[in-house]
Design a binder for this molecule. Structure first.
Ligand SMILES: [Mg+2]
Length: 261
């Protein structure tokens, strides 16, 4: 029996599972088509907030994987969905530190965005990595948080690899905002539970659910915490030696997405 036969729906991480950077993982497009043909629901879930769901759907379509906005959950859109459950539309608004895509997802969800110094009176602050992070943003967020705003972050990734060496990631920016604001963030992305709760809300009740990911820390740990089955693919950033040493062991390990069929 294949892995796929045991489950009704799959949360598929994107980078390292469906594609690596700009390149599709060999066999991934056919695997997604086959899952759908078998009646399995597929939801693409990524911790990356640098693009909107529309942009991810377009990227997937360009790789031969038909996808709509409804098929994608990004850390940005999950954060927006999570925040709208807690901050009613028409409140004092949200101050966002992050890429344009994050601001778009927050706005699409109905949250009012406070720009510039108006952010000092925001009722929430949302943080995701962007290269334009500025001291002024830290200042506005600090004052909003010290005045009682609630802080959200997409993840606590510390660094990401770049050709010239590691670059500081969302976790580094979030730590600065937490220190200035004197309060801890609610983290929405994998491995934290909000992302999984939002994903579950998009699927029918009693769905037998599995996550397929390439990261032990975010995908496998997150799936474990959420109480769903976990499938590690070795097409991304986990090496077999790392897996052998890890305390965290997935339910299944396969070379690539196509091998769950
Ligand atoms: Mg990944």
């Amino acid at each position: 029996m294949s892995i796929a036969e045991h489950y009704d729906a799959f949360l598929l991480d994107l980078d390292g599972v469906v594609y690596v950077g700009r390149e599709a993982v060999p066999g991934a497009a056919r695997a997604v088509a086959e899952l759908r043909r078998l009646g399995k629901q597929v939801l693409f879930v990524t911790n990356d907030a640098r693009s909107t769901r529309r942009q991810y759907a377009a990227k997937l379509a360009g790789m031969g994987i038909p996808a709509t906005v409804a098929d994608v959950l990004s850390a940005g859109s999950a954060m927006a969905a999570y925040m709208t459950q807690r901050h009613p539309v028409g409140g004092r608004g949200c101050y966002a530190i992050g890429p344009q895509a994050l601001k778009e997802e927050l706005a699409i969800a109905g949250l009012a965005l406070c720009e510039g110094d108006a952010g000092r009176t925001a009722e929430s602050v949302a943080v995701a990595f962007h290269e334009g992070f500025h001291y002024r943003e830290l200042l506005v967020a600090t004052q909003a948080l010290r005045a009682g705003a609630v802080l959200y972050g997409t993840n606590r990734d510390t660094i990401f690899p770049m050709p010239d060496g590691p670059w500081p990631a969302t976790g580094a920016v979030l730590a600065a905002v937490e220190t200035g604001g004197g309060r801890q963030a609610i983290v929405v992305g994998k491995p934290e539970l909000p992302m999984f709760e939002i994903a579950r809300g998009l699927l029918p009740a009693k769905t037998r659910l599995a996550i397929v990911g390439d990261s032990l820390f975010s995908d496998i740990q997150g799936g474990r915490r959420a109480g769903i089955a976990t499938v590690l693919v070795l097409s991304g950033n986990t090496r077999p030696e790392e897996l052998a040493r890890s305390q965290l062991q997935p339910d299944y390990v396969v070379p690539g997405l196509a091998d769950i069929l």
